[in-house]
Design a protein around this ligand. Sequence first.
Ligand code: SF4
Length: 422
Amino acid sequence: MGVREVNTDKKPVFKKIQATKQMKEIMEQHFREMDEAAKTKSRKVAWCTSVGPAEILRAAGFLVFFPENHGAMLGATRMATDLIPTANAIGYSPDICSYLTADIGSYIQGKSPISKAYPGIDGPPRPDILVFNTNQCRDVQDWFNYYGREWNVPVVGVQTHRGIGTITKAHIDSISEQFKALVPKLEEVSGKKLDYDEFKRVVGLSRDCTDLWQQVLQIASSRPSPLTFFDGTIQMGPAVVMRGEQRAVDFYKVLLAELKQRVEDGVAAVENEKYRLYWEGMPIWGKLRDLSDQFASLNTCVLASTYCSSWVFPALDPDDPFDSMARAYIELLIVRDEDYKERYFENEIDLYGIDGMIFHDAKTCPNNSNNRYGMPERLSKKRYMPTLVINGDLNDLRCYSEEQTRTNIEAFIEQLAEKKSE
Ligand code: SF4
């Protein structure tokens, strides 16, 4: 048994990422353009699910808004917990996606973090069409159907297979055909033909964005890591809402250069990094700061996650836009079977030199909670990997116990300290 090396009294020290300023500027541009277009009707607006076919929408002439980004803002500003009951009251269960319930509650109550962050904007832009992909879950379809009924606008989408092991041609063909079938409706609503050259250009930009974002995330494999998972949840904004746009590519070049410089200078995201953790599952948006502080005070860097990697699409190929998009949006972890996920986690453990894994069991998102079918136990056994399950939620803080989580994290780090000194 070794000596415990845990000091919880120390104040965490964080190094500011300079590129954040540029990220905030382009995020503001994104929201202001969207608001202007919806108000003046100068451009058509499409709502799209976070891993939906954004590239097709852009090539068909739409500005693209991502309601899950709004859901995350509702969580991060801690507005969600008070808004969720409003959606519950009209029949949307407290057990379903709390992005959905927080967003519908926000609409009914007329309260949005967008209007607080960007004065002059009332909230999300009214869409001309809503486009989903069920690759992540069924909730997105029900979420969009609510607004489709509310505003009498078309809702179209793609039904994706789930629990996929090996991806076959039949899978790709099915999704690719469904993407193509969206086009006539998109053209009817936008009043423009899908520009195939523009489509290829957008897919190319999406691919550039995704490659840079992947390099940003993988730089956390350096020792010490220059980046935390908590940084990633902030810096990922453009990869989600601006993939397919030049400004996202420009931003990630700047961010990557800064992080490379950090590695060269030996700058650590968490001072005296001793333990390297993996975060599996959704962020707990309203507790990012508290968790980040606690881990840093324990000399622990949570440095990689399944969540931030959800916007890495290496299959995108501008020369084969429909089929490559079909592959890219079906290859995602959330779409795959348990065997695939287990192999994925093992690769991540090796790539990042992980000492322990946190599994966030998000009450309202079973789709992004990978602890429920024995995964932590299997990884513990096979890889001697210490694991901790945190019960919580992405947005509904009624499902989260601060005190219990803090205690469990402390005990987990003690366990890691003991393991290291054995
Ligand atoms: S994947 Fe989870 S968090 Fe995302 S929309 Fe579906 S239920 Fe909500």
